[in-house]
Design a protein around this ligand. Sequence first.
Ligand code: 0RA
Length: 640
Amino acid sequence: MENNNEHYDASDIQVLEGLEAVRKRPGMYIGTTDVKGLHHLVWEIVDNAIDESLAGYCKNIEVIINKDNSITVKDDGRGIPTAVHPKTGLSTVETVYTVLHAGGKFGGGGYKVSGGLHGVGASVVNALSKWVEVKVYKNGEVNFIRFENGGHTVEPLHVIDKCDEKRTGTVVTFKPDPEIFDTDVYDYNTLMVRIRELAFLNKGLSITIRDDRDEEDTTGETFLYEGGISEYVKFINQEKTPIHEDIIHLEGEEDGVQFEVAMQYNTSYNENIYSFVNNINTHDGGTHEEGVRRALTRVINSYARKTGMLKEKDESLTGDDVKEGLTMIISCKHPNPQFEGQTKGRLGNSEVRKLADSVFSQGFERFLMENPEDAKLIVNKAMLACRARNAARKAREITRKSEMATTNFFGKLSDCKSKDPKVSEIFIVEGDSAGGSAKKGRDSMTQAILPLRGKILNVEKARLDRALSNEEIRTIITAFGTGIGEEFDLSKLRYDKIIIMTDADVDGSHIRVLLLTLFYRFFKPIVEAGHVYAAQPPLFCIKHGKTIKYVLNEEERDKYLATLNPNTKVDIARMKGLGEMDAEELNETTMDINKRVLRKITVDDCVAADAIFEKLMGDEVEPRRKFIEENAVYVQNLDV
Ligand code: 0RA
């Protein structure tokens, strides 16, 4: 105790060095400093509140986007401890917010399963903020602390007010440091979608989001789902037609590992299976998903055989057959999860496979026994999928044998000379006339052109076998070289970039959406691997003296005009459609790799993308046209 002062000085310096390390290399702690990193800060703070709710002490969380783009997160948990912490000599609140990796140690050995940096997030958020204020309601007192400029304590913890003895909780407000982040503007929708998801994944927890930048938003939106992931399944299926009424919801627990799954089949041909561990999306699956998939195939086959729906001579249903039209959410809460794979998107804990298998197989078998009508519909659907799969195989064999050899195919595709996929690209072009100009304007060494005549089939409503009977689609498959369905092989892709080149009008948007649907349904790995792009033909050509400048939209036009000398007579022309451009113009504006602008298409939020496709591709024509008209820049919405 005699070296007290010295000790505090030393730890003080250590603390600041820790936070300084975060500011020097923010990417190491939050991934990126772009808009994604900006939003990541919110999740770090929200995760702490969710941990408190998982520990059983917090029922309500509120997230507020303030006018100045600072964020407030309120919870009604026990409140972060305020007493002096023996190791640091500082209040525990200050310790949590200033000592890197401190969070977990203050969990009191409690139940801690939420994602993020396992509670270490608070100090990271502090390090990357212009200022942070924390209020702790506890023991009839309101405690307050303020930090500035990357975690420097400017007001240590002190009591600022009294409150009701019964009131407990934590209120954190932080303002991200604009020197760290590329942008300081929060996106309501991004926050709302994830908050809604967190509410689905944590049944009974109420989470509100309010946007105080929006004068009209006075109440915010509150998400509270007593049914948890069952309600998530219902939400995903709301625009679809379920084939059985009740959502199947199964859960179990072993050695502190909680496992639950909810599912419902619909009449579509697509699967929507999403799995989570500690509220984090495991996009590459893992042992929890494997256990369920294995059990699902086994139980359906055994039920189908037992009831005679599958005869002795019939082949067994495959994993692909039984997941057709299946919407499923798998959620696992694990005290010690092992995340594997390059993006850590896979659960590795092997004991979870057994738990998932046993919980799922017992519960699902029982459901089939107790609901024979539903069981029959489910098995029938899988048997139809099996038949379609076999029909598709036959169609594919025919495609493979004949397509490459026909003049018909080569008549359509103007392939590039290079056979090296790394440098090759294919433009899928709307209409023959644009196709003609593109052929003349391309670099024939590396650029292939595939003109599409008319509209391709709407695959949202077609199974693989029917999609394969569509000539335009067969041409695309043959050109890609990857095959489709069971035999799809990404490594055989013949082009590094697949570039959709359509006009910036309603018809162009429609064709683009149809193509995206095709890719999303049948070539998802190509989209996920980042091979799909949309060309961005310019909207205006600005001539100014001898310089010619092409710009993509009104905003860019005005920005550019503002940079010009106002006294020179400038010539602004609205660009023609792709089909009216000559080869040189098309090359200059849209195809030349040194001048063009491409947008990468990604499927970041599959739930959202699926909902959009559903809306666009449903039976009603009018809402679809309207939606496309209102969202002419639709492709941007899919971008990250
Ligand atoms: C550890 C122990 C206690 C509460 C918390 C952590 C806690 C942390 C956070 C972070 C955000 N909100 C929070 N709410 C609670 C219990 C302290 C006690 O019982 O005195």
